[in-house]
Design a protein around this ligand. Structure first.
Ligand code: PMP
Ligand code: GLU
Length: 431
């Protein structure tokens, strides 16, 4: 040991944490590609589509915006987000209800920091919720959902958890359409969950970052049924193809403005305000228009077409998978191959993903990263490895006829087709 080296006194809440799985798989995939390997990038969940032209132009036009902006966000942008909420029939819809941040990920983190309550995560759930709770020292309760229920949180599960200690403060994160499953809730489901949330005064973060990517354009927010306790979390990353721009939004009901204010204080002492050019450009995205509506309709068609093709291919390989309602994820179960995999020493979803990446070049994330038990052989496939601009153009004239999905995938998402072929070969080889 060197005498003058600084001892590694990491905060206990951070000690032992690994880099976030989504970002780590992306870096690993890029490193393999740099070594000349063939990689199918189904790891990171990043929109394959370009930012709509008018929004990209707005960013170029605002590159001169250099001033620090108000902590809660540019007023015009808060107005645009409120208007957007109103158009999609989601309360809250006044500019003062909206908080802008550098990604909804950061806003979800700050909410957990300022509000003292246990975090309830319907599981499987997105990779970052639990590490964030750990960093700020919150207790996490995972509520395990089932494939037979389309991976949805059942109201009885929430009731059972809350009943044991009714007055305990709790935050529930409900994410729909879901990352990693693509499944969503019906209006009746949301109404039932809202009744339990109301009974136990739950702070509900409604993570609707994939809301506009419901494949039928039929997303509905739980804020319609539990307005007083719901914070809608969204942003530009998914529906606007702008993950790297880092812009997220929280929309609060009037009676939770004290949380908005507390979050803004933390923001003012940490990131100050969200990047100015990005906020100015985001105004045009949230104001919407015919071009953006068209972009959304076409994006959904592409995602639905490819989901339908992939679901059928995975099912033909004896992988159980629920056809998704939205987003760009599939969540197949490899349980059919459990014995064959065990004979090769593969017993966990982590080992499964490592073996598939090593042998085939397909990068995916293990269910374990989404809170699944280690030996559950579930895997998240982000079906985004295709040229989004080309697919958007092609879908304009591509007839939607039953059985046409394969032709579309072959022409406009050839890497996804190849990934299915190599996966099939790999599974055949282990039997
Ligand atoms: N929630 C879910 C379910 C996600 O998949 C992501 C990843 N983009 C986020 C929140 C965070 O998104 P962002 O920070 O880019 O707004
Ligand atoms: N949300 C994306 C995913 O689940 C990636 C971005 C991130 O994790 O911050 O893959």
């Amino acid at each position: 040991m060197e005498g003058n080296s600084i001892s590694k006194n990491l905060n206990l809440n951070v000690r032992g944490l690994q880099p976030s799985a989504t970002l780590a798989i992306n870096e690993q995939s890029n490193a393999l590609i740099a070594e000349g390997k063939q990689v199918y990038k189904l790891g990171l969940g990043q929109s394959p589509f370009p930012v709509p032209d008018r929004v990209a132009q707005a960013l170029a036009d605002n590159s001169h915006q250099k001033d620090y902006l108000p902590v809660k966000g540019l007023w015009e942008l808060r107005e645009a987000v409120a208007g957007h909420n109103l158009r999609y029939e989601e309360a809250p819809s006044r500019p003062q209800d909206v908080l802008i941040g550098p990604g909804s990920k950061e806003l979800i983190f700050i909410l957990q920091l300022v509000y003292y309550g246990d975090l309830i995560i319907p599981t499987p759930g997105w990779v970052s919720y639990s590490p964030q709770a750990r960093i700020v020292g919150r207790h996490v309760h995972r509520v395990r959902t089932k494939a037979i229920n389309q991976w949805k949180l059942m109201p009885e599960q929430l009731e059972l958890l809350c009943r044991a200690d009714p007055d305990h403060p709790r935050v529930v994160i409900l994410n729909y359409p879901s990352n990693p499953t693509g499944c969503t809730y019906s209006e009746a489901d949301l109404e039932h969950l809202a009744a339990v949330a109301r009974k136990y005064k739950i702070v509900l973060i409604s993570d609707e970052i994939y809301g506009l990517l419901h494949h039928e354009g039929k997303h509905k927010s739980i804020a319609n049924f539990y307005p007083e306790g719901t914070i809608i979390s969204s942003g530009l990353s998914k529906w606007c193809g702008a993950g790297g721009w880092r812009l997220g939004t929280f929309s609060f009901p009037e009676n939770l403005h004290w949380l908005l204010d507390a979050m803004a204080i933390v923001a003012s002492e940490t990131y100050t305000a969200t990047s100015a050019p990005i906020q100015y450009a985001a105004v045009s995205a949230f104001q919407g228009g015919e071009d953006i509506d068209h972009y959304l309709v076409q994006s959904r068609k592409v995602l639905k077409m490819l989901a339908s093709f992939l679901t059928r291919r995975l099912q033909a390989m004896h992988l159980h998978v629920i056809p998704p309602d939205g987003a760009f994820y599939l969540y197949p179960d490899f349980n059919f191959y459990r014995d064959a995999l065990a004979q090769r020493g593969i017993r966990t979803s982590v080992e499964l993903c490592q073996a598939i990446l090593r042998d085939t070049g397909i990068a995916m994330l293990p269910g374990f990263d989404f809170g699944q038990l280690p030996d559950e052989l579930l895997v998240r496939m982000a079906y985004v490895d295709f040229e989004g601009a080309d697919a958007l153009q092609a879908i304009e004239s591509f007839p939607w006829v039953e059985g046409n999905e394969e032709a579309f995938a072959k022409q406009h998402a050839p890497k996804l087709v190849s990934a299915m072929e190599v996966l099939q070969q790999w599974l055949n080889s282990i039997l």
